[in-house]
Design a protein around this ligand. Sequence first.
Ligand code: 5GP
Length: 200
Amino acid sequence: GSQHMKENYSSETVVLVTGMSGAGKTTLCRALQQRTGIEFSISCTTRDKRDYEVDGVDYHFITDEEFRSRMSNDEFAETEDVHGCMYGTLKETIENAITTGEIILFEVDVKGAMSIKSLYPKQTVSIFVLPPSMEDLRERLINRGTDSEERITKRLERLKIEIGYKEKFDFNVINDDVQRTTDEIIDIIHTQNKGVLHVS
Ligand code: 5GP
């Protein structure tokens, strides 16, 4: 009821899930969504759509030109060049979540998470997802098969930078098992957020 709405307003409605490339955060976020119905933020990107992705669901796939135009209109809370493509979170998405008190999940890279956290410090909880081992992570990156060798090399280089950020996050979780790790994240959200999260 209205009482919950009031509490929600001051609670941490923005959940930032970040992690090293290939640490399995996408799978985790999907599992979270299936079990809780938590809303996902939809970012804008200039990267090419992968076959299994849907425009307007996974991302808003936009042209470089449109991205630039939205940037000059100051529509983004943060933008980032990741592996040569642009990604951005719309301010509107974050502000809607904060206003309605609805919990919203952001799957962004480390710098994006830091930017959103510094813009909206009181309303965010940040979670850094780590792989069980670096070896396991390398295998996952290569076996995913969606990226070229050049892209994989770039991602491996990026790992070194990403790991340096982990201490800056409110929580570090090791993704050793999707079910267990999802439970852990749900616990974190419950502890941090006074709002209602329905878990099935
Ligand atoms: P992918 O191209 O594999 O979907 O994502 C590449 C990276 O971009 C991932 O680390 C992903 O979390 C990040 N990313 C996706 N959307 C955004 C966004 O809106 N802002 C930022 N900073 N990073 C994003």
